[in-house]
Design a protein around this ligand. Structure first.
Ligand code: ZN
Length: 72
């Protein structure tokens, strides 16, 4: 009985699985576009500052500028 156990040193080479998820970014682009269109930009603060939409008016949170919605 002289069984020698061989130590098998396996340096496992990990094959990186790259799962690309492009769907998310695609979805984002569409979303961003629609959001930008919906929101009003504050004329006082300029681009980048969106106004909060209320039932009958828009208001800027930065300079508290208020613009009333046109009643149809
Ligand atoms: Zn403003």
């Amino acid at each position: 009985m002289g069984k020698k156990k061989k130590k098998s040193e396996r340096k496992g080479k990990k094959t990186p699985k790259k799962t690309k998820r492009v769907k998310k970014s695609e979805f984002y682009e569409i979303k961003e576009n629609t959001v930008e269109r919906k929101r009003k930009i504050c004329p006082k603060c300029g681009q980048g500052v969106f106004m909060a939409e209320h039932k009958d008016r828009f208001s800027c949170g930065k300079c508290s500028y208020t613009e009333w919605k046109k009643q149809v």
